[in-house]
Design a binder for this molecule. Structure first.
Ligand SMILES: Cc1cc2nc3c(=O)[nH]c(=O)nc-3n(C[C@H](O)[C@H](O)[C@H](O)COP(=O)(O)OP(=O)(O)OC[C@H]3O[C@@H](n4cnc5c(N)ncnc54)[C@H](O)[C@@H]3O)c2cc1C
Length: 307
Protein backbone atom coordinates (compact mmCIF):
# COMPACT_ATOMS: atom_id res chain seq x y z
CA UNK A 1 0.00 0.00 0.00
CA UNK A 2 1.32 3.48 -0.87
CA UNK A 3 1.82 5.94 1.98
CA UNK A 4 -1.22 8.23 2.14
CA UNK A 5 -0.92 11.99 1.75
CA UNK A 6 -0.13 13.49 5.14
CA UNK A 7 -2.51 16.18 6.41
CA UNK A 8 -1.52 18.52 9.21
CA UNK A 9 -4.74 17.65 11.00
CA UNK A 10 -7.61 15.21 10.56
CA UNK A 11 -10.82 16.32 12.25
CA UNK A 12 -13.22 13.45 12.85
CA UNK A 13 -16.76 14.88 13.05
CA UNK A 14 -17.84 17.80 10.87
CA UNK A 15 -20.69 19.30 12.87
CA UNK A 16 -20.52 22.48 14.97
CA UNK A 17 -17.42 21.73 17.05
CA UNK A 18 -15.48 20.10 14.21
CA UNK A 19 -16.23 22.91 11.77
CA UNK A 20 -15.27 25.50 14.36
CA UNK A 21 -11.91 23.77 14.91
CA UNK A 22 -11.43 23.63 11.13
CA UNK A 23 -12.01 27.35 10.73
CA UNK A 24 -9.25 28.22 13.21
CA UNK A 25 -6.91 25.84 11.38
CA UNK A 26 -7.89 26.95 7.87
CA UNK A 27 -7.22 30.55 8.81
CA UNK A 28 -3.74 29.40 9.84
CA UNK A 29 -3.13 27.73 6.42
CA UNK A 30 -3.12 24.22 7.94
CA UNK A 31 -3.89 21.29 5.63
CA UNK A 32 -7.00 19.79 7.18
CA UNK A 33 -9.26 16.87 6.33
CA UNK A 34 -12.70 16.76 7.97
CA UNK A 35 -14.36 13.33 7.95
CA UNK A 36 -18.03 13.33 8.88
CA UNK A 37 -20.71 10.65 8.97
CA UNK A 38 -23.64 13.12 8.94
CA UNK A 39 -25.36 12.14 12.18
CA UNK A 40 -25.39 15.20 14.50
CA UNK A 41 -27.25 14.57 17.75
CA UNK A 42 -29.82 17.36 17.23
CA UNK A 43 -30.91 16.31 13.74
CA UNK A 44 -34.52 15.62 14.77
CA UNK A 45 -35.02 19.04 16.37
CA UNK A 46 -36.96 21.44 14.14
CA UNK A 47 -35.35 24.63 15.49
CA UNK A 48 -32.19 25.32 17.46
CA UNK A 49 -32.26 27.97 20.18
CA UNK A 50 -30.01 29.91 22.52
CA UNK A 51 -27.08 30.49 20.15
CA UNK A 52 -26.81 34.18 19.54
CA UNK A 53 -27.30 35.18 15.85
CA UNK A 54 -28.81 31.73 15.10
CA UNK A 55 -31.76 31.62 17.51
CA UNK A 56 -34.70 29.70 16.04
CA UNK A 57 -32.77 28.48 12.98
CA UNK A 58 -33.07 24.80 11.89
CA UNK A 59 -29.96 22.91 13.10
CA UNK A 60 -28.95 21.72 9.63
CA UNK A 61 -29.08 25.30 8.31
CA UNK A 62 -26.56 26.44 10.95
CA UNK A 63 -24.24 23.55 10.04
CA UNK A 64 -24.59 24.15 6.28
CA UNK A 65 -23.73 27.82 6.67
CA UNK A 66 -20.75 26.93 8.86
CA UNK A 67 -19.55 24.32 6.37
CA UNK A 68 -19.82 26.75 3.42
CA UNK A 69 -17.77 29.34 5.31
CA UNK A 70 -15.15 26.80 6.41
CA UNK A 71 -14.72 25.37 2.90
CA UNK A 72 -13.85 28.82 1.57
CA UNK A 73 -10.41 28.17 3.04
CA UNK A 74 -8.42 26.35 0.35
CA UNK A 75 -6.42 24.13 2.68
CA UNK A 76 -9.54 22.42 4.09
CA UNK A 77 -11.13 19.32 2.61
CA UNK A 78 -14.39 17.67 3.72
CA UNK A 79 -15.39 14.08 3.07
CA UNK A 80 -18.53 12.16 4.03
CA UNK A 81 -17.40 8.89 5.57
CA UNK A 82 -17.22 7.12 8.92
CA UNK A 83 -13.95 6.64 10.76
CA UNK A 84 -13.70 3.06 12.01
CA UNK A 85 -10.15 2.77 13.33
CA UNK A 86 -6.93 4.59 13.97
CA UNK A 87 -3.37 3.91 14.98
CA UNK A 88 -0.15 5.80 15.27
CA UNK A 89 3.36 5.18 14.08
CA UNK A 90 5.65 7.44 16.09
CA UNK A 91 4.29 10.98 15.62
CA UNK A 92 1.96 10.19 12.71
CA UNK A 93 -1.65 9.04 12.95
CA UNK A 94 -3.37 6.75 10.44
CA UNK A 95 -7.15 6.80 10.18
CA UNK A 96 -9.27 4.22 8.34
CA UNK A 97 -12.85 4.74 7.21
CA UNK A 98 -15.78 2.43 6.55
CA UNK A 99 -15.34 2.96 2.79
CA UNK A 100 -11.84 1.49 3.09
CA UNK A 101 -9.83 4.71 2.76
CA UNK A 102 -6.74 5.42 4.85
CA UNK A 103 -5.57 8.91 5.73
CA UNK A 104 -2.52 10.19 7.57
CA UNK A 105 -2.07 13.27 9.78
CA UNK A 106 0.28 14.78 12.32
CA UNK A 107 -2.56 15.62 14.73
CA UNK A 108 -6.10 14.43 15.34
CA UNK A 109 -9.16 16.25 16.63
CA UNK A 110 -12.19 14.21 17.63
CA UNK A 111 -15.39 16.26 17.38
CA UNK A 112 -17.59 13.20 17.30
CA UNK A 113 -20.27 14.06 19.87
CA UNK A 114 -22.31 11.56 21.84
CA UNK A 115 -25.11 9.11 21.06
CA UNK A 116 -28.24 9.39 23.21
CA UNK A 117 -29.53 5.98 24.25
CA UNK A 118 -33.30 5.95 23.88
CA UNK A 119 -35.30 4.08 26.51
CA UNK A 120 -37.55 1.25 25.38
CA UNK A 121 -40.73 3.34 25.59
CA UNK A 122 -43.07 3.41 22.61
CA UNK A 123 -43.18 6.89 21.07
CA UNK A 124 -40.10 8.21 22.93
CA UNK A 125 -37.64 8.21 20.02
CA UNK A 126 -40.18 9.79 17.67
CA UNK A 127 -40.70 12.72 20.09
CA UNK A 128 -36.99 13.20 20.92
CA UNK A 129 -35.95 16.78 20.22
CA UNK A 130 -39.50 17.81 19.29
CA UNK A 131 -41.51 17.57 22.52
CA UNK A 132 -39.26 15.21 24.51
CA UNK A 133 -36.43 17.56 25.31
CA UNK A 134 -33.07 17.38 27.03
CA UNK A 135 -32.47 20.97 28.13
CA UNK A 136 -34.57 23.88 29.43
CA UNK A 137 -32.17 26.45 27.95
CA UNK A 138 -32.51 25.00 24.42
CA UNK A 139 -36.26 24.39 24.29
CA UNK A 140 -37.86 25.37 27.61
CA UNK A 141 -39.04 28.80 26.49
CA UNK A 142 -41.11 27.25 23.68
CA UNK A 143 -43.00 25.19 26.31
CA UNK A 144 -43.43 27.92 28.92
CA UNK A 145 -46.68 27.66 30.92
CA UNK A 146 -47.43 24.28 29.26
CA UNK A 147 -48.24 20.93 30.87
CA UNK A 148 -44.80 19.52 31.49
CA UNK A 149 -43.22 16.45 33.08
CA UNK A 150 -39.67 15.50 33.93
CA UNK A 151 -38.36 11.95 33.58
CA UNK A 152 -34.83 11.67 34.91
CA UNK A 153 -32.87 9.87 37.63
CA UNK A 154 -33.43 11.29 41.11
CA UNK A 155 -30.86 14.08 41.57
CA UNK A 156 -30.93 15.15 37.93
CA UNK A 157 -34.75 15.14 38.02
CA UNK A 158 -34.77 17.29 41.16
CA UNK A 159 -32.28 19.73 39.63
CA UNK A 160 -34.36 19.96 36.43
CA UNK A 161 -37.52 20.51 38.51
CA UNK A 162 -35.98 23.57 40.17
CA UNK A 163 -35.05 25.01 36.74
CA UNK A 164 -38.25 24.14 34.88
CA UNK A 165 -40.48 25.36 37.74
CA UNK A 166 -39.49 28.84 36.68
CA UNK A 167 -41.02 28.18 33.23
CA UNK A 168 -44.30 26.51 34.14
CA UNK A 169 -46.60 25.88 37.08
CA UNK A 170 -47.90 22.62 35.54
CA UNK A 171 -45.06 20.32 36.49
CA UNK A 172 -44.94 16.59 37.34
CA UNK A 173 -41.94 14.39 38.17
CA UNK A 174 -41.95 10.86 36.72
CA UNK A 175 -39.59 8.61 38.68
CA UNK A 176 -40.52 5.26 37.03
CA UNK A 177 -40.21 3.44 40.35
CA UNK A 178 -40.00 4.32 44.03
CA UNK A 179 -38.45 7.76 44.39
CA UNK A 180 -35.44 8.15 46.66
CA UNK A 181 -35.79 11.83 47.48
CA UNK A 182 -35.00 13.03 50.98
CA UNK A 183 -37.84 14.26 53.22
CA UNK A 184 -36.67 17.85 52.57
CA UNK A 185 -36.74 17.32 48.80
CA UNK A 186 -40.24 15.79 48.90
CA UNK A 187 -41.39 18.75 51.01
CA UNK A 188 -39.80 21.24 48.58
CA UNK A 189 -41.47 19.54 45.60
CA UNK A 190 -44.87 19.53 47.37
CA UNK A 191 -44.38 23.17 48.42
CA UNK A 192 -43.91 24.05 44.74
CA UNK A 193 -46.98 21.98 43.72
CA UNK A 194 -44.86 19.43 41.84
CA UNK A 195 -46.51 16.01 41.90
CA UNK A 196 -44.40 12.82 41.90
CA UNK A 197 -45.66 9.83 39.89
CA UNK A 198 -43.77 6.60 40.55
CA UNK A 199 -45.58 4.31 38.09
CA UNK A 200 -43.28 3.44 35.16
CA UNK A 201 -44.11 4.96 31.77
CA UNK A 202 -45.34 2.52 29.14
CA UNK A 203 -45.98 4.70 26.13
CA UNK A 204 -45.90 8.26 24.84
CA UNK A 205 -48.84 9.02 22.59
CA UNK A 206 -48.04 11.76 20.11
CA UNK A 207 -48.83 13.34 16.77
CA UNK A 208 -45.77 13.77 14.54
CA UNK A 209 -43.52 13.94 17.60
CA UNK A 210 -45.75 16.31 19.56
CA UNK A 211 -46.79 14.62 22.82
CA UNK A 212 -50.45 14.30 23.62
CA UNK A 213 -50.53 11.86 26.53
CA UNK A 214 -48.21 9.70 28.64
CA UNK A 215 -49.57 6.23 29.45
CA UNK A 216 -48.34 4.37 32.54
CA UNK A 217 -48.00 0.60 32.88
CA UNK A 218 -51.16 0.37 35.04
CA UNK A 219 -53.20 1.98 32.21
CA UNK A 220 -53.52 5.39 33.89
CA UNK A 221 -52.39 8.45 31.92
CA UNK A 222 -51.73 12.17 32.05
CA UNK A 223 -52.09 14.81 29.35
CA UNK A 224 -48.81 16.52 28.51
CA UNK A 225 -47.28 19.05 26.11
CA UNK A 226 -43.63 18.49 26.93
CA UNK A 227 -41.39 15.97 28.66
CA UNK A 228 -37.84 16.67 29.84
CA UNK A 229 -35.82 13.47 29.75
CA UNK A 230 -32.41 12.77 31.20
CA UNK A 231 -31.21 9.68 29.35
CA UNK A 232 -27.86 7.86 29.22
CA UNK A 233 -25.36 8.34 26.41
CA UNK A 234 -22.26 6.79 24.98
CA UNK A 235 -19.42 8.20 22.92
CA UNK A 236 -20.56 8.38 19.29
CA UNK A 237 -17.15 7.17 18.16
CA UNK A 238 -14.91 4.82 20.14
CA UNK A 239 -11.77 5.36 18.03
CA UNK A 240 -10.27 7.88 20.52
CA UNK A 241 -10.71 5.26 23.24
CA UNK A 242 -8.96 2.59 21.16
CA UNK A 243 -6.15 5.11 20.60
CA UNK A 244 -5.73 5.34 24.38
CA UNK A 245 -7.69 8.51 25.25
CA UNK A 246 -9.10 8.29 28.76
CA UNK A 247 -12.70 8.96 29.72
CA UNK A 248 -13.74 10.76 32.90
CA UNK A 249 -16.05 9.16 35.45
CA UNK A 250 -19.14 10.41 33.56
CA UNK A 251 -18.06 8.96 30.21
CA UNK A 252 -16.73 12.13 28.57
CA UNK A 253 -13.31 12.26 26.89
CA UNK A 254 -10.89 13.61 29.44
CA UNK A 255 -9.50 16.93 28.17
CA UNK A 256 -7.61 19.79 29.77
CA UNK A 257 -8.59 23.46 29.44
CA UNK A 258 -6.96 23.47 25.97
CA UNK A 259 -9.06 20.48 24.78
CA UNK A 260 -6.00 18.22 24.84
CA UNK A 261 -6.80 14.56 25.55
CA UNK A 262 -4.60 12.24 27.59
CA UNK A 263 -2.81 11.10 24.38
CA UNK A 264 -0.10 13.29 22.82
CA UNK A 265 -1.22 14.84 19.53
CA UNK A 266 -4.92 14.09 20.01
CA UNK A 267 -7.44 16.78 20.89
CA UNK A 268 -11.22 16.57 21.34
CA UNK A 269 -14.04 19.10 21.49
CA UNK A 270 -17.80 19.47 21.64
CA UNK A 271 -20.32 17.16 23.29
CA UNK A 272 -17.90 14.24 23.59
CA UNK A 273 -15.95 16.25 26.18
CA UNK A 274 -18.53 18.09 28.30
CA UNK A 275 -21.94 17.87 29.86
CA UNK A 276 -22.46 21.57 29.02
CA UNK A 277 -24.28 20.60 25.89
CA UNK A 278 -25.06 23.41 23.45
CA UNK A 279 -24.14 24.59 19.98
CA UNK A 280 -22.43 27.65 21.45
CA UNK A 281 -20.31 25.53 23.82
CA UNK A 282 -19.41 23.14 20.99
CA UNK A 283 -18.34 26.02 18.76
CA UNK A 284 -16.26 27.51 21.57
CA UNK A 285 -14.43 24.29 22.45
CA UNK A 286 -13.86 23.59 18.74
CA UNK A 287 -12.24 26.98 18.33
CA UNK A 288 -9.98 26.30 21.33
CA UNK A 289 -9.01 22.85 19.98
CA UNK A 290 -8.22 24.26 16.52
CA UNK A 291 -6.12 27.09 17.93
CA UNK A 292 -4.23 24.82 20.33
CA UNK A 293 -3.44 22.25 17.62
CA UNK A 294 -2.15 25.08 15.43
CA UNK A 295 -0.02 26.31 18.33
CA UNK A 296 1.42 22.82 18.86
CA UNK A 297 2.24 22.49 15.14
CA UNK A 298 3.76 25.97 15.07
CA UNK A 299 6.01 25.25 18.03
CA UNK A 300 7.13 21.92 16.55
CA UNK A 301 7.85 23.43 13.13
CA UNK A 302 9.38 26.76 14.20
CA UNK A 303 12.93 26.75 12.81
CA UNK A 304 15.73 26.86 15.33
CA UNK A 305 18.36 29.38 14.22
CA UNK A 306 21.84 28.01 13.57
CA UNK A 307 24.68 30.36 14.53
C1 LIG B 1 -32.42 16.69 20.59
C2 LIG B 1 -31.41 17.77 20.84
C3 LIG B 1 -31.76 19.10 20.67
C4 LIG B 1 -30.83 20.10 20.90
N1 LIG B 1 -31.19 21.42 20.77
C5 LIG B 1 -30.27 22.38 20.97
C6 LIG B 1 -30.62 23.77 20.85
O1 LIG B 1 -31.77 24.12 20.57
N2 LIG B 1 -29.66 24.69 21.08
C7 LIG B 1 -28.37 24.34 21.40
O2 LIG B 1 -27.54 25.22 21.59
N3 LIG B 1 -28.02 23.05 21.54
C8 LIG B 1 -28.93 22.07 21.32
N4 LIG B 1 -28.58 20.76 21.47
C9 LIG B 1 -27.19 20.43 21.79
C10 LIG B 1 -26.33 20.51 20.51
O3 LIG B 1 -27.01 19.89 19.45
C11 LIG B 1 -24.98 19.85 20.74
O4 LIG B 1 -24.36 20.44 21.87
C12 LIG B 1 -24.10 19.99 19.50
O5 LIG B 1 -24.70 19.36 18.39
C13 LIG B 1 -22.73 19.38 19.76
O6 LIG B 1 -21.95 19.53 18.61
P1 LIG B 1 -20.79 18.49 18.31
O7 LIG B 1 -20.12 18.99 17.08
O8 LIG B 1 -19.97 18.26 19.52
O9 LIG B 1 -21.54 17.09 18.06
P2 LIG B 1 -22.67 16.69 17.01
O10 LIG B 1 -23.41 17.90 16.54
O11 LIG B 1 -23.45 15.60 17.61
O12 LIG B 1 -21.84 16.15 15.76
C14 LIG B 1 -20.96 15.07 15.83
C15 LIG B 1 -20.60 14.72 14.39
O13 LIG B 1 -19.58 13.72 14.40
C16 LIG B 1 -19.92 12.74 13.45
N5 LIG B 1 -19.27 11.48 13.80
C17 LIG B 1 -19.44 10.74 14.93
N6 LIG B 1 -18.69 9.62 14.87
C18 LIG B 1 -18.03 9.67 13.68
C19 LIG B 1 -17.12 8.79 13.03
N7 LIG B 1 -16.74 7.64 13.58
N8 LIG B 1 -16.65 9.15 11.80
C20 LIG B 1 -17.03 10.33 11.21
N9 LIG B 1 -17.90 11.18 11.80
C21 LIG B 1 -18.39 10.86 13.01
C22 LIG B 1 -21.44 12.66 13.51
O14 LIG B 1 -21.99 12.06 12.34
C23 LIG B 1 -21.80 14.13 13.64
O15 LIG B 1 -21.95 14.75 12.38
C24 LIG B 1 -29.51 19.75 21.26
C25 LIG B 1 -29.16 18.41 21.43
C26 LIG B 1 -30.09 17.43 21.23
C27 LIG B 1 -29.71 15.98 21.43
Amino acid sequence: MTTPYCFDVIIVGGSYSGLSAAMALGRSLRKVLIIDSGQPCNRQTPYSHNFITQDGVPPAEIAEKAKAQVLQYDSIQFTEDRVVSGHNVEDNFFITTSSGKEYQAKKLIFATGVKDLMPNIKGFAECWGISVIHCPYCHGYEFKHKKTAIMAPSEHGYHLASLVHNLTDHLTLLTSGKNDYSIEQVEALAHNSIQIIEIPVDEIQHKDGHIERVIFIDGSSIKLDALYAGIPFKQHCDVPITLGCELDEMGYLNVDQFQKTTVKGIYACGDSTTRLRSVATAVNSGLVAGAMVNKELAEEQFPISVI
